[in-house]
Design a protein around this ligand. Structure first.
Ligand code: IMP
Ligand code: MG
Length: 188
């Protein structure tokens, strides 16, 4: 039994346990291994900060083919639970030539779809050899633009979730599971 932290008390219920997450990540890593094993490009896992950092760390350890990593940071959310819809690049990919790179964008969760549709277009225009997207979680019912990820751990209902990298107002990222936040926490 894991220790209960002060943060656990703000969780209504656990949606995905640590063990379940581990299985989802293992499956995605196996698919990526298989899809890129014969590629002549260089595989780059591109972590979208900050929410994807825990997923990225676990995923890269389970991938067995050679892989480079890099990071970008974008913002689309304010401090609340609704997307502003405007994507701003806060940390860019500082590489001059993307033409040898098979990029897999690693995202924590897809909501409106605006972040990943913007980023994939940005990377394709930047000259990447190929661009695919990988998300641990997806809320398809929230989509505002057409977007389907190439790899997805699990589709979830329209609930605001935290943990395993996902935050509310920068908190709860370090929880090892994905949980649904008590609505009274963000109604405060
Ligand atoms: P999109 O551009 O609307 O698809 O937004 C995706 C981003 O919104 C994710 O990278 C998260 O940072 C954030 N987000 C969306 N839903 C949630 C949630 O339930 N919990 C925490 N962050 C979320
Ligand atoms: Mg994010």
């Amino acid at each position: 039994m894991n220790k209960t932290t002060v943060l656990d008390r703000d969780i209504d219920r656990v949606l995905i346990t640590e063990d379940e997450i581990d299985r989802l990540v293992t499956d995605i890593a196996a698919k990526i291994d298989n899809d890129y094993k014969d590629s002549e490009g260089k595989l780059l896992l591109l972590c979208i900060l900050k929410g994807s950092v825990v997923f990225m760390g676990d995923l890269m350890k389970k991938i067995t083919i050679p892989v480079e990593i890099d990071f970008m940071k974008v913002s689309s959310y304010g401090s609340g639970t609704e997307s502003s819809g405007r994507i701003k690049i806060i940390l860019d990919l500082h590489r001059t030539d993307l033409s040898e790179l098979d990029i897999v964008v690693v995202e924590d969760i897809i909501d409106s779809g605006k972040t990943l549709s913007y980023l994939t277009e940005y990377l394709r225009l930047g000259g990447a050899r190929s661009v695919k997207t990988c998300t641990l979680l997806d809320k398809p019912s929230r989509r505002e633009v057409d977007f389907v990820p190439d790899y997805c751990g699990m589709e979830i209902p329209d609930e605001f979730v935290v943990g395993y990298g996902l935050d509310y107002a920068e908190q709860y990222r370090a929880l090892p599971y994905v949980g649904i936040l008590k609505p009274e926490v963000y109604a405060k």
